[in-house]
Design a binder for this molecule. Structure first.
Ligand SMILES: Nc1nc2c(ncn2[C@@H]2O[C@H](COP(=O)(O)OP(=O)(O)OP(=O)(O)O)[C@@H](O)[C@H]2O)c(=O)[nH]1
Ligand SMILES: [Mg+2]
Length: 357
């Protein structure tokens, strides 16, 4: 399973355009339909490993993007369920000017639109809390002691979160005890998710991108929230070209790093993800896992059999392998380690899992 991000934003802010840019997709932008697609996670070390190990195939990690289409206001049913399962949210905010695309609020104002969407996300969470509180009241009527304790505890936690939400503090910024955090994980609240704000700028604003970005970041650099700029329309067009042509275009226009690579990387940073690599049957694959994942869980990322039948992990760090020049040389130097289930996987580790099912 990959990492899922939900693309949200006000109507006509460029959500589908940016979805297409990220996933090299061709979804129509005329309507407001939902879309799901995947992107390859940029990982420059994968190519260096391929040059050394000459695998038949290299396989990058995948990130999934869900463009929900509908506005958050009034979102319910299947769409809300889908959105509530994502790992992170991307809020697309309009900054481009285009006479032919009327702005939903009548004028351009990125900060106002960011606040509006934050409010809509908070409303969605508050509606869930209200409904749950009503149900708790009903259940409390017939509840016996142990169950009663749990319900009262949940009620108190929900009241605390609700009070902060009403003061404009998203759940991701609230100080919760481990116990309170555990009580609410199942709700998958929208304001509890990390948030990447993507300001969709026009081509003519490219030269101001950096200053706009730092200005917005000074207002919005909050815990687990980041702001970046992206030229949606241009990136979408570039994503349809082959890599060489797109690279050439970027060089000519002085665009250093591909905007969408930066966007994917930022959302990974926000989620505190690291990469590890597996080598098996002639394939080198990159995988994304949360920082701190142990070897057992990392094995499960590749295949549930590997987790179930886990014996040991043979591990070498990326730097050690590069210094050695080959796996054989690294083995000779004794740089391959055998690690057990609880070994915390490090960014760049190259791992072969030994398992038995
Ligand atoms: N000039 C310009 N137009 C853009 C840009 N991004 C999006 N558009 C245009 O704005 C319109 C809306 O873009 P979409 O990507 O469909 O926006 P959306 O947020 O998915 O819209 P809904 O799903 O209907 O809410 C389309 O006509 C796009 O071509 C941009 O960076 N520059
Ligand atoms: Mg759309």
């Amino acid at each position: 399973m990959g990492i899922d991000s939900g693309i949200v934003g006000l109507a006509k802010s460029g959500k589908t355009t940016i979805f297409n840019a990220l996933t090299k997709g061709k979804a129509a932008t005329e309507d407001s339909a939902p879309h799901i697609g995947t992107a390859k996670v940029p990982e420059p070390r994968l190519k260096i490993l391929a040059d050394m190990l000459h695998p038949k195939r290299t396989v990058p990690a995948e990130a999934r993007y869900i463009d929900v289409g509908a506005p958050i206001k009034g979102i319910s049913g299947e769409l809300l369920t889908q959105l509530s399962t994502v790992d992170a949210l991307i809020n697309v905010v309009r900054a481009f000017t285009d006479e032919s695309v009327p702005h939903i609020e009548g004028s351009l104002d990125a900060e106002r639109d960011i606040a509006t969407l934050n409010l809509e996300l908070a409303f969605s969470d508050l509606a869930i809390i209200e409904r749950r509180l009503e149900r708790i009241e009903t259940s409390l009527k017939g509840a016996k002691p142990p169950e009663r304790q749990d319900l009262l505890h949940e009620k108190a936690t929900l009241f605390k979160i609700k009070a902060d939400l009403e003061k404009d503090v998203p759940i991701r910024e609230q100080r919760l005890t481990t116990d309170e955090g555990r009580t609410i994980t199942n709700y998958q609240f929208l304001t509890a998710k990390p948030l990447l704000i993507v300001v969709n700028i026009g081509e003519e604003q490219l030269t101001q991108a950096a200053s706009l970005e730092s200005e917005l970041n000074s207002h919005y650099s909050r815990p687990r929230c980041r702001v970046t700029t992206l030229c949606g329309k241009l990136e979408m067009e570039l994503s349809q070209l082959d890599d060489t042509a797109a690279e050439e275009f970027r060089t000519n226009f002085g665009m250093s790093e591909a905007g969408l690579e930066r966007t994917i990387k930022l959302s990974y940073e926000l989620l505190d993800l690291i990469s590890f690599f597996s080598i098996a049957s002639g394939e080198v694959k990159a995988w994304s896992i949360p920082n701190g994942t142990n070897a057992l869980k990392a094995a499960g990322k590749i295949h549930s059999d590997m987790e179930r039948g886990f014996i040991r992990a043979e591990v070498i760090s990326y730097d050690d392998l590069i210094k050695s020049g080959s796996l054989a040389e690294a083995r000779k130097r004794g740089l391959l380690r055998l690690e057990g289930k609880s070994y915390p996987v490090m960014d760049g580790d190259i791992i072969t899992f030994l398992f038995n099912v």
